[in-house]
Design a protein around this ligand. Structure first.
Ligand code: ATP
Length: 242
């Protein structure tokens, strides 16, 4: 079976500094994979490659058997800082409908099918009752679920999330991961996170990225061991960052 995402010997440099060094990773359909690693370890760079926004210097990356740029329409992406959405005083419903925008249709109107798909996405992420609210009035956890709804409205096969729970409390974080677990029944999910102990209860694989990538099957290694190997390093640097 074609992997959902396949990276083979991917190398990437910014100027003289190597950010990714011979990274190999096969993500299979219906995987739920967590990418962890210290700040600057290359996580966002690897996500940008999966989205077709950056190309490897050497090595190859394919998504759903195609080039990442061609597959981009089938990827739902939840960016790192959802806070930007608060700068626009628009409703939840409008944010989610943005997921229906097509690049080739600039001045489109949304049709009944767009609205039905957006509604389904809001139901699934439990934000439907908030649909008339302005996004600047939402809690961090609610806003993240709206951003996930927006990604789902694109009807993706793959969901990529960059630190979806970075600025929310633990209960909201658990809600989001329970939701992701449920979505994983039909979608392949890649989530970047700092919280290795927490996500290892949810994901089936963990990829530790610090220029080089090492992948662990979470069924074969327990959370405590992962924390012991990577936790301190990841947490220490994450806290330093904030
Ligand atoms: N546009 C850029 N130009 C030059 N260097 C960059 C650029 N973007 C990122 N870098 C550098 O590349 C390295 C990897 O960055 P990247 O954002 O992929 O790491 P990350 O693991 O996502 O970190 P974080 O946890 O902080 O988001 C870092 O050292 C960063 O400073």
């Amino acid at each position: 079976m074609t992997p959902a995402i396949s990276a083979q010997d991917v190398c990437f440099q910014y100027g003289a500094s190597t950010v990714l060094d011979k990274v190999c990773l096969d993500i299979h359909e219906r995987d739920f994979i967590g990418i962890v690693g210290p700040n600057g370890g290359g996580k966002s760079t690897l996500l940008k490659m999966m989205l077709g926004l950056l190309q490897p210097d050497t090595g190859t990356i394919s998504v759903l058997g195609q080039t990442p740029a061609r597959a981009a329409q089938q990827i739902g992406y939840v960016p790192q800082y959802a806070g930007f959405a608060r700068d626009f005083p628009i409703t939840v419903e409008h944010v989610v409908l943005q997921g229906r925008l097509k690049p080739q249709r600039w001045f489109q109107r949304f049709n009944a099918s767009d609205r039905r798909i957006a509604e389904q996405a809001m139901q699934e992420t439990d934000v439907y009752t908030l649909r008339k609210r302005a996004v600047d009035a939402l809690s961090g956890g609610q806003l993240q679920r709206v951003m996930i709804a927006r990604a789902l409205a694109t009807e993706p096969k793959l969901l990529l999330l960059d630190e979806p729970t970075a600025s929310i409390d633990m209960r909201a974080e658990k809600n989001i991961f329970d939701l992701l677990k449920q979505l994983n029944e039909r979608l392949t999910i890649v989530v970047v996170s700092h919280d290795i102990g927490f996500i290892s209860d949810y994901v089936n694989r963990i990829a530790c990225l610090n220029r080089e990538l090492i992948c662990h099957d979470t069924a074969a290694i327990d959370a405590a061991t992962l924390e012991r190997i990577y936790g301190k390093h990841v947490h220490a640097i994450a806290h330093h960052h904030h």
